[in-house]
Write a protein that binds this ligand. Sequence first.
Ligand code: NDP
Length: 288
Amino acid sequence: MKKEINGKTKTIGLIGENIENSLSPFIHNQIIIKYSLDFCYLPFQVKEADLNKAIQGIKALNIKGVNVTFPYKEKVIEFLDEVKESARRIGAVNTIVNNKGNLTGYNTDLIGFKKSLQDNGKFVIKEKNAVILGAGGAARGVIYTLLEEGIEEISIFNRTLKKAKKIKQDFSPFFPQSNINIFSFEQDNIKNKIKEANLLVNATSIGMVCQIDNTPLSDEKLFHPNLLVYDLIYHPVKTLFLKQAERAGAKIINGLPMLVYQGIESFYLWTGLKPDGEEILEIVRQIA
Ligand code: NDP
């Protein structure tokens, strides 16, 4: 945002349902201020019945692009002109780029997760063993990234087993060598797999700010020091899950680095500018 918005200012933004507390407007407008760009990032609260009209409005209003968040990452796909292959395979778009009226969908969550794992977790994905809790939209992106990067074994635990089954069914053809196990969300199942795992990801919504006393693992003793424990949740910044993991000596990461890095990748797609991720992450950490 320049000091004043003028007739040349370019608009980017966020489409979602309940976005009042989203950090994305803060992140993007901080980048805009820092690099003195003539852009402005706005939140667009959209009702499901208006989603198609909102997407067509991107063209009509010459908006340069938008992020898409819960619950529209899957639903927007049918309204786009093009969808990048990885986003199509996962079935979720979190970024739309408007190139002269042609709307292309991307999924920058993949890059956000991968970069945070490598840079913040110092984790080498190849030939490792991961346990993923959850099989919703975020889990699909996490699992796809790990498979693409050569993880040796993935065990997916979900309350609704058919969603975990669908992930295996959708992704196996692209990764024929993959070793994907699926289980219902029972603590005994989880316990056995965590013992052998190097990476444990909470991709459920259990532990978010509305339920801070909840954790997806009932037994704190299941954590061990050889685990990297990753919670995709960033609000609160340290969930009970992460607190327990830390007490057990495990290395932990919250969802903030992923959020910032996916945003930076989206920003690059819209503007051609790639801000310094660490600097922006530091700014976001101060207000989160
Ligand atoms: P979805 O609604 O698609 O998935 C939610 C998942 O949580 C499902 O697997 C669901 O299981 C599971 N779940 C919810 N409640 C329970 C419960 N009581 N017991 C067991 N399982 C439960 O959400 P998303 O995948 O989009 O988001 C998941 C989390 O990831 C959220 O906390 C979100 O904030 C975070 N996220 C973070 C991002 C980041 O950049 N850091 C990016 C995207 C998401 P079931 O299938 O049985 O319903």
